[in-house]
Design a protein around this ligand. Structure first.
Ligand code: GLC
Length: 751
């Protein structure tokens, strides 16, 4: 008999016991669900499928009249399964107590909230975090968000948003992981693990929610809530895999969306929610609608009225309705009239109850209501330290002509220009619901730690700084006052730090833009300053790729700093003065002009990729085909050289790829080594390149490292039009490099 090494044997046995323990726990929960379900009336079952928005200060008196009173009555009857936007241990405890002690079965509530990139202590916006390509840091960022959110009574977050998007006109690109499916899938996994932790029953872990299922990021023309019409290959190979990654990471819920997909509202799409999500992928958790997306089946022209919407939503697999109240009003009658089978209701309720059991809410409904913990955890110094590290790793160095950066400590006379330099709100981003206004360290505040020898001029007003998440941001495009003062300051200075970009609420939900230039008079200001002093470092604060084309051609140094959250100013200052060597890489292509959109790296070759000098090929007559900055692009204060790309395809189940990377510069630095493939010939055409691996490494100056990757069928295959995963024989090209354009190439044959 083959003898196994002792450590393998011990590991296998402990794994077996661990899995057996999980199975036993699942069986116990299933039995508890069965037992409870049998005791529930149809009204109580439908009640679990109903989520209401928090509407009054529950620490105050019971609401009198209006829909708040109705919701209050429904809570007491056990006709509510979850609340959203109720926070604070006192408020949560009061509502939980009302349901647990006054309703017949006392089934505890879920309390959900949009904890997108932090609760009080805010990390960088998710698109910025994606630019770090650092999965450990991203998981830790979600972990901290869960610790703070759970300390105020929340047990469910509506994150991670895993929508792939190739259109920066769409404001919600700030909320996702960018344009690439592989990177987006890795981030989805990291964030689910961060929110849910190793033990969902622990009081500092919360259920995650992959959203918006599906294809919301492909809204036509980048217009919010707009129609989505994409082909099966894009759906199966680009859109769905990030959700599958979240499901494989055991995400406890999925949220659908507002859009139609190929004519069918995703909220009413049984193929997506039942066939794919619940059957093929075996999601164990629940599907929650987006805010009123079930009611919106009526304006979509998919449902006749709210009763019909409730019927279609339930039949399509939307287990819980957020806020629009059609289920609690009509599902019981739909079942009694035979329009909806009670077995579908039972399946939905099972899923909801399972999440509640796994959270441990039946053992202790008040486990998230510890007021001492609330005081201890919010804005904890450890959290501020962690989000500072996350912010530094998210910054992308886009240009550094003549190594103007990093700045010397005694840099001479520094001018700081731009209203955003003094803004403590916009850098928090648009999903800062739970945090407090003006809690970001501004750029100016961060700068002071490095230099007192600077002068500041805001320049012309850019926007109404106090616009909130319900308002449009008004941009000043006419009042030039402040321009002269700023230009005069630039003229007398040695270096000019210009902080330009978007208001925090110019990106995010309902913030689509048709013009992606710097808003207002900012480019005019930049050009006027450049006239008198071209020694400029541009620091961009934004929630999406912008068409900073003139800037890229004329400004010697550019830092992409996104919206970095609570520690914004400190993070930028550390990079500016070289205490942190920037390592970020773009998770989304920057276009030269809006007319190029959608423009993305993993495009198809077309039949006429380039037939110059004749005109009959795929191009524009008035714009270049290439992007301003490509996916995966980012510079460092050092340089990296790639060599010796080798492929060993002798083992066809595990193709070995090696490359050597050398830090040929003078300072240590981190590099994201990126691996792309191209399936040269396939029954469904494949992109000219696809990211299939990356490693972020740290190299001291002068050091080299051999980096190894393994390609398996999982990386080489694709979904055909029948949603079957296929790996086809033939030639594959492997590309490895520092971004999606500058790569070494080699080929191998897949037999
Ligand atoms: C919003 C968003 C969704 C969010 C939900 C609850 O409209 O689309 O992402 O989780 O409503 O706030």
């Amino acid at each position: 008999m083959k003898r196994f090494p002792a450590h393998i044997l011990i590991f296998s046995i402990s794994l077996w016991f661990h899995n057996a323990e999980i199975m036993a726990q699942q069986n116990k929960i299933d039995k508890q669900i069965d037992d409870l379900l049998q005791r529930m009336t149809l009204e109580e079952k439908v009640g679990q499928m109903n989520q209401y928005n928090g509407f009054w200060d529950a620490t105050g008196p019971a609401p009198q009249g209006g829909n708040a009173a109705v919701k209050y009555e429904h809570l007491k009857k056990g006709w509510v399964g979850a609340m959203l936007n109720v926070t604070g241990t006192e408020e949560v405890r009061k509502l939980q107590k009302l349901v647990v002690e006054e309703s017949r079965l006392g089934i505890p509530l879920l309390f959900g909230y949009d904890v997108i990139h932090g609760y009080k202590t805010l990390a960088p916006i998710p698109l910025a975090e994606a630019a770090s390509w650092d999965m450990e840091a991203i998981e830790n960022s979600a972990r901290i968000a869960a610790i703070e959110a759970s300390s105020v009574g929340l047990n469910w977050t509506f994150a991670p948003m895993v929508d792939i998007s190739r259109d920066p006109r769409w404001g919600r690109v700030m909320e996702g992981g960018g344009e690439d499916t592989y990177l987006g899938g890795q981030i989805a996994k990291a964030r689910v693990k961060g929110f849910q932790g190793e033990d969902l029953s622990a009081p500092n872990t919360i259920a995650a929610c992959a959203k918006h299922f599906a294809a919301y990021g492909f809204a036509e023309a980048g217009k919010e809530y707009n129609t989505v019409d994409i082909g099966t290959s894009t759906l199966f190979n680009t859109v769905l895999p990030t959700f599958k990654a979240a499901v494989d990471a055991d995400v406890k819920s999925v949220m659908n969306g507002f859009n139609i997909l190929n004519g069918i509202p995703v909220t009413g799409d049984a193929f997506l929610q039942r066939e794919v999500l619940k059957e093929k992928w075996a999601l164990q958790g629940l599907v929650v609608s987006d805010w009123a997306s079930i009611a919106e089946l009526v304006p979509h022209g998919f449902a006749e009225d709210m009763k019909h919407a409730a019927e279609l939503g339930a039949k399509a697999g939307s287990d819980m309705e957020m806020e629009s109240g059609s289920y609690v009003a009509h599902l019981v009658s739909n079942v009694k009239e035979g329009k909806v089978k009670e077995s579908l209701i039972d399946d939905a309720v099972r899923r909801i109850l399972r999440v509640k059991f796994e959270l441990g809410l039946f053992d202790d409904p008040y486990k998230y209501c510890d007021s001492a913990r609330e005081k201890e955890k919010l804005y904890h110094p450890d959290h501020k330290e962690a989000v500072l590290e996350m912010a530094k790793k998210s910054i992308v160095l886009l240009k550094n002509e003549n190594n103007i950066l990093p700045l010397a400590k005694n840099q001479g006379k520094i001018a700081v220009i731009g209203e955003l330099a003094d803004d403590t709100n916009s850098p928090l981003g648009s999903w800062r619901l739970g945090s407090d206004n003006n809690t970001a360290v501004s750029f100016l505040e961060g700068l002071k730690a490095y230099s007192q020898d600077f002068k500041y001029a805001p320049g012309p007003k850019v926007f109404n700084k106090d616009a909130n998440f319900l308002q449009e941001v008004e941009v000043n495009a006419t009042d030039t006052s402040g321009m002269e003062e700023a230009v005069a300051l630039a003229k007398e200075s040695d270096v000019v730090l210009m902080v330009l970009g978007e208001h925090g609420f110019q990106s995010g939900e309902a913030r689509s833009r048709t013009n992606l230039n710097l808003p207002g008079l900012q480019l005019d200001l930049l050009k006027a300053v450049h006239e008198v002093n071209p020694n400029i470092v541009l620091i961009v604060m934004n929630g999406r790729p912008l068409t900073i084309t003139w800037e890229a051609e004329n400004v010697p140094a550019i830092l992409e700093t996104w919206q970095l959250g609570t520690q914004t100013g400190n993070a930028i200052a550390e990079v500016l003065f070289g205490d942190y060597n920037p390592s970020g890489k773009l998770p989304m292509t920057f276009p030269r002009s809006v007319g190029q959109i959608p423009i993305y790296y993993n495009h198809f070759n077309t039949g006429r990729p380039n037939l110059e000098p004749n005109v009959f090929w795929s191009h524009y007559s008035d714009e270049q085909n290439t992007p301003l900055f490509p996916f995966g692009y980012g510079l460092s204060y050092t340089q990296f050289e790639y060599s010796d790309l080798e492929i060993d395809s002798s083992d066809q189940s595990a193709i070995k790829v090696n490359v050597t990377v050398k830090n040929s510069g003078s300072v240590a630095g981190e590099e994201v080594v990126q691996l792309y493939i191209r399936d040269k010939v396939a029954s469904v055409t494949r992109p000219v390149k696809e990211l299939k691996g990356f490693k972020k490494i740290l190299l001291e100056a002068g050091d080299s490292q051999k980096i190894a990757f393994t390609l398996t069928d999982a990386e080489l295959g694709f979904f055909d039009h029948n949603y079957e995963f296929v790996v086809e024989p033939g030639m594959f090209e492997v590309m490895i490099g520092t971004n999606s354009q500058d790569v070494l190439r080699q080929s191998f044959e897949k037999r």
